[in-house]
Design a protein around this ligand. Structure first.
Ligand code: MV4
Length: 591
């Protein structure tokens, strides 16, 4: 059966290049699209031809449906691959492609739509006999209903945005008194993010694992699964490390969740590659959470243990071919781990760290794969996702893969921007990860952030940094020396110049004098954002932990709590007002 002669990839960065690579192997011509901000991007250079699709706000360019379809027509591309993000789960774009006579390399628009509404997805899964997290399959309207559900399901419960997904709009409600606030907040987030305020309620599972199953389906009724991926290590619902097999899944459980995933895919008439996301509770129950109707960032670990090319399966299935293998032919080999290399500042709340990559070296050697969208000189734009590369390794078992990842992280050099390299070294050497535990709370811990900062540019074993007494007074630099023909890497501890200490003292005095965000009774904003609501007034007595105000940043609501009991004074913010990181919100007086 004929495949395509040219395919357009409606995406950028590492995933665009990932798809181009498979197209090349299939002998298919590659067409890139780009925004003005991306003229010099690596995916544009890789493709056979490239079309400018946007002058406006750069992030919108990859969403400009008309201009992308127009580029496909001009190029003579017969099909469009959306990658992930941007248009990948946009049912109306999938339909627009089909209407324009262009093949959509992805699932049917109806399946995207059904899974896009989490409430509808839950109802369809329930009807198909797929286990869902106990809770409702209808929208929840009132706080009374939330309280009734909490009593029925058992506290705590989770309120989630129906149009959400990936945890955006998720609110944990620990007792009935929090119901009103959590419901309002989840609704507002759903509205802000997705223009849909519908929410639903589930039982909240404590310390679960995020275990998802990869499925493949063709137009001939074949649906198979390729085992699971464990994505438990995440921060604010952003996955950071993914691995397969899951440390918590054995062959029996794999067969069970695999057949749940196949049932789920069949229930929506799925075709192409897709993922059933689920929660694995501590006592081994597995529940459907949602379906991702796209190729995912972490598809790579499944590729390494199955030996398959999932993009190839997607392209061939879209061209009408049958899947290249049956369920009984799937072999899972060894263990794979992926670390997302994001340009983010771990010491500063994982804030995106845009800039220019001044030096760049990729790791190589046995069992190492690097999917990247950058080269030395690349500009990391604040307009796009800060993920610049994915480091993926394959080993015979988990411990082999873990050590291989540490070796590869040591080889990887990214200079000019802060990255998660140090964070990954710190996490992969932590006993929690080594033991294969859930590591809940560890990712956010300051200790790990401190260790990550030490490891950012050093070697994970040979060169631990020594910050010196009290972490000050010395500026460490690594130098290579030769002694009697043997090479040593030494850490040179130069005493810092005296003015550094004087400047530090002055800063500290200034901070103490002004309260400058560091006074121990000041409540400061943990982030830059906008004040949505202020829940206290000057003179109010508050309890420790009570909500003082809500700061919204990047459409996520963040509660700011009183760190101790006392009386509110010097309240200096009002709803609608912008706040900076560290800005004083109020001061708690009294003891
Ligand atoms: C949950 C949950 C507990 N109970 N739902 C949803 C999307 C994913 N990013 C995290 N989500 C969760 N949904 C119910 N009913 C806990 C999480 C969760 C989580 C789950 C597994 C591993 C890490 C997690 C980190 C934060 C939240």
């Amino acid at each position: 059966m004929a495949v395509f002669s040219k395919v357009l990839v409606a995406n950028r960065g590492e995933i665009a290049i990932r798809v181009f690579r498979t197209l090349r192997e299939l002998g298919i011509g590659t067409v890139a699209v780009y925004s003005e901000a991306d003229r010099n991007a690596a995916h544009v250079a890789y493709a056979d031809e490239a079309y400018l699709v946007g002058g406006g706000p750069a992030a919108e360019s990859y969403l400009s449906q008309e201009r992308i379809l127009d580029a496909a027509r001009r190029a003579g591309a017969e099909a469009i691959h959306p990658g992930y993000g941007f248009l990948a789960e946009n049912a109306s774009f999938a339909r627009a492609c089909v209407d324009a006579g262009i093949v959509w390399i992805g699932p049917p628009a109806d399946a995207i739509e059904a899974m896009g509404s989490k409430i509808e997805a839950r109802e369809r899964m329930r009807a198909a006999g797929v286990p869902i997290v106990p809770g409702v399959t209808q929208p929840v309207e009132s706080a009374d209903e939330v309280r009734r559900l909490g009593d029925e399901l058992g506290w705590p419960i989770a309120i989630k945005a129906s149009a959400g997904g990936g945890g955006r709009g998720l609110k944990v409600v620990r007792d009935p008194a929090e119901a009103d606030r959590a419901l309002e907040s989840a609704r507002r987030e759903g509205e802000a993010y997705f223009s849909d305020s519908a929410v639903y309620v589930e039982r909240y599972l404590e310390d679960p694992r995020h275990v998802e199953v990869q499925v493949l389906a063709d137009a001939h009724g074949n649906v198979i699964h390729l085992g699971e991926r464990d994505c438990t290590i995440q921060r604010r619902h952003q996955k950071l490390i993914e691995e397969t097999p899951s440390p918590a899944v054995d062959e029996v459980l794999r067969a069970r969740i695999g057949s749940i995933a196949v049932d789920a895919a069949r229930a929506v008439g799925y075709q192409s590659a897709g993922t059933i996301e689920g929660l694995l509770s501590r006592n081994g129950e597995y529940f459907f959470l949602e379906m991702n109707t796209r190729i995912q960032v972490e598809h790579t670990v499944t590729e390494l243990v199955t030996g398959l090319d999932l993009i190839r399966e997607q392209v061939l299935v879209a061209a009408g071919h049958e899947l290249s293998l049956r369920q009984e032919d799937v072999r899972l080999n060894g263990h794979a781990i992926e670390c997302r290399i994001n340009a983010e500042d771990v010491g500063n709340g994982f804030l995106p760290a845009p800039g220019t990559i001044t030096a760049y070296r990729e790791p190589a050697g046995p069992g190492v794969r690097l999917d990247s969208g950058v080269v030395a000189g690349s500009e990391i734009s604040p307009l796009y996702d800060p993920m610049i590369a994915k480091l993926v390794v394959h080993g015979v078992d988990r411990e082999h893969a873990r050590r291989r990842m540490l070796r590869a992280l040591d080889e990887l050099v990214v200079e000019g921007v802060k990255t998660l390299i140090g964070f990954h070294k710190a996490l992969l050497t932590h006993p929690c990860f080594i033991e294969g535990e859930t590591c809940h709370g560890l990712v956010e811990s300051e200790l790990l952030a401190a260790r990550a900062a030490e490891l950012e540019n050093g070697h994970h074993e040979r060169l631990g940094s020594d910050p010196g007494p009290n972490g000050r007074g010395q500026t460490p630099t690594v130098r290579s020396i030769e002694v009697d023909g043997r090479r040593f890497d030494v850490r040179v501890l130069r005493p810092e110049p005296p003015f550094v200490e004087l400047a530090r003292r002055r800063r500290e005095r200034e901070r103490a004098r002004t309260g400058g965000g560091a006074g121990k009774d000041a409540i400061v904003s943990p982030m830059q954002g906008t004040v949505l609501a202020v829940d206290v007034a000057d003179g109010d007595e508050v309890e420790a932990g009570q909500v003082v105000c809500i700061v919204e940043a990047m459409k996520m609501e963040n509660e700011v709590h009183a760190h101790r009991a006392g009386r509110i004074t010097e309240l200096s913010v009002a709803p609608g007002q912008p706040v900076k990181t560290g800005q004083v919100i109020c001061v708690i007086a009294g003891d």
